[in-house]
Every structure is written in C-alpha cells, then in structure tokens.
Ligand binder design. Structure first.
Ligand code: ADP
Ligand code: MG
Length: 288
C-alpha cells in the first residue's frame, strides 16, 4: 500500500462526507462482505412520532412524566405528544431504564411501567387478548407499540412510528448489487422489524436483541467467515461497532458511537456506505 494512494483515497472519501479515522480502515473496507445495520436512527430517521394512544388522561400524564427521565427516542416522542396536549408533567420520585424492555418509575407513590410484552410479563401484568391483537396490528404496520401499567394494572397502549430514510432502499440495493449480505439488527420486536426491513429492501432481520447482545451477534456473523461492517448511531451500538471489522457511525448519532467507530458518515447518509466501499476498492486497485 503506497502512502500516497491511501492519502488520495481518504481525501476523496472526506470530500464526500466519509471520515476515516486512519488509512488502515480505508484499506480494510474493500474486504467487507456483510453489513449489519441498526434500525432506529440508522435505517430510520430516528425521529419517531406518536400515532395512536388509547388510555385515559391520567395514564397519559403519568406515562409522559415517567418518560421524561428517559433519553430514548421513543420517550422523546411520547413527551412531545403529551406536551402538545398541554399535559402538566409531574415530579418523578424514582426512575429506572430497563434496557431493551422499557422503563419503570414512581410518581406520587404510584408505580408506572412502560414497555414491551416482556416487561409486562416480568411484572405479571395481565394483557387481554384484545390488547394483544392491537399490538400485532401496530407492529405489522411497522410501529413500535408500548404497553402501560400503573400499580400493577394494565392501563393503555401507545404506538410510535418512525419512517425510513429516503435513500435507504437505494443504498441497500447498491450494497446487495456489490454482493454484500445486508442484515438489520434491532432491539425492537420481530414484527415491527420485519415491516421496516421490507420497506428498506432488507431480507435478513435479527430482532429483539438486547443492547448487550449486539456485539455477540456481530461476532457470530464473523465466525461464519464474514468480514463484517456494523453501522450504528446509539450508545447501545458502541460495543458492536468496536467488534466489527469496520465500525461505521452515523454522523447524526451519539458521540459514543462516533468514538467507537472507524469511519463516520456525515448526515447519516446511507448512500455513503456503498461509496466508501467503492473508494476503498479503487484505492486497493491503484496499490496493486
Ligand atoms: P432499538 O434497537 O430500537 O434502539 P432498544 O433496545 O433501545 O431498541 O429498545 C427495545 C424495546 O424496548 C423498544 O422497542 C421498546 O418496546 C422498549 N423500550 C425501550 N426504551 C423504552 C422507553 N423509554 N419507553 C418505553 N419502552 C421502551
Ligand atoms: Mg439506533
């Protein structure tokens, strides 16, 4: 590898908005034959909005007050929805995030749980079959639905939708045409994940992955003999970004993800991923 061609390559990449942390990463990028993409904030815009809420005003007040303590994009959507409805936020006495499952909070002596089925099951909250049907309906439409329980009783459901980035299908298509395997990785449920994957043109989905399991999934794909690039934006994605052969951070994502990655794509533009691989290939061709 001549230092000059690598310098030219990293310079060309930088002009396009692909920031390699060092020439060695540009050199290795051409070997990639599998790409794992996080869902929220990577394939989707990461700006979810509440589309459906069923529950009473008190439930919304407690739910939104509890979510104020969470930094999750889902929480931001719920807080914005309640603020728009001029809900008065209550003081939260205790808050805990339960990674991959939801949140738990205490407000004026009442216990609030917001999250997925697993969270409700773990707390032995009874969910009626009508609620389960609603959940399935939301999820089939690509929405993330969260269940709410107050003092151990089911009180409502809230659904949030996030749209895929406009250029996601084209970026995925280009990657597939380059012979690269494309896989979506998410903590969200299987049905929502499948719906979003379909919109983006991805046929391999690994869903319901806990934050701490993301890196293990990358390792498993590497053990199948693949050279894996991981693309992510969240704090949760950092260990997987480090584990992957090439970690690609979304420029609009968290500082933690950018720190952990080998490359950052500005503006979170997914078309820059096939472009990075092309630049790497061209650089290697010049070298050989
Ligand atoms: P993602 O891969 O989409 O970032 P996470 O692992 O962060 O997913 O979350 C997985 C699931 O846990 C969510 O789909 C949701 O059901 C639940 N969850 C996470 N955070 C919250 C929250 N603040 N409020 C309610 N539910 C949550
Ligand atoms: Mg994400």
């Amino acid at each position: 590898a001549t230092p000059t061609s690598i310098m030219v390559g990293t310079g060309r990449a930088a002009e396009s908005g692909i920031l390699f942390k060092g020439g060695e990463h540009l050199e290795r990028t051409h070997e990639i034959n599998a790409i794992v993409l996080d869902k929220t904030g990577t394939i989707t815009k990461g700006k979810p909005e509440v589309t459906d809420f069923s529950g009473d005003a008190e439930t919304l007040q407690l739910l939104a007050s509890a979510e104020k303590g969470s930094e999750h994009p889902l929480a931001e959507a719920i807080v914005a929805y309640a603020a728009e409805k001029n809900i008065h936020f209550l003081e939260v006495d205790h808050f805990a995030a339960i990674p991959g499952h939801g949140i738990e909070a205490e407000i004026s002596g009442q216990q609030i749980l917001v999250g997925n089925r697993k969270l409700m099951n773990d707390h032995q909250i009874d969910i009626e079959s009508a609620t389960e049907e609603k959940l399935i309906e939301f999820e089939t439409g690509g929405k993330t639905a969260m269940l709410i329980a107050i003092e151990g009783e089911y009180r409502g459901i809230i659904a949030v939708a996030d749209t895929i980035k406009d250029t996601a299908p084209e970026a995925i298509k280009q990657l597939k045409e380059m012979g690269i395997e494309v896989i979506m990785l998410t903590g969200d449920n299987e049905r929502t994940a499948q719906a979003i994957a379909k919109q983006a043109g991805i046929d391999q989905v690994i869903a319901q992955v806990l934050p701490e399991e993301k890196a293990d999934k990358v390792k498993e794909i590497q053990q199948q003999g693949k050279k894996v690039a991981m693309v992510g934006d969240g704090v949760n994605d950092a260990p997987a970004l480090v584990t992957a052969d090439i970690g690609i951070a979304i420029g609009t994502g968290t500082e933690v993800a950018i720190e952990a990655a080998d490359v950052t794509i500005l503006g979170g533009e997914l078309l820059l991923i096939p472009k990075a691989i092309k630049i790497s290939k061209a650089t290697i061709r010049n070298i050989r």
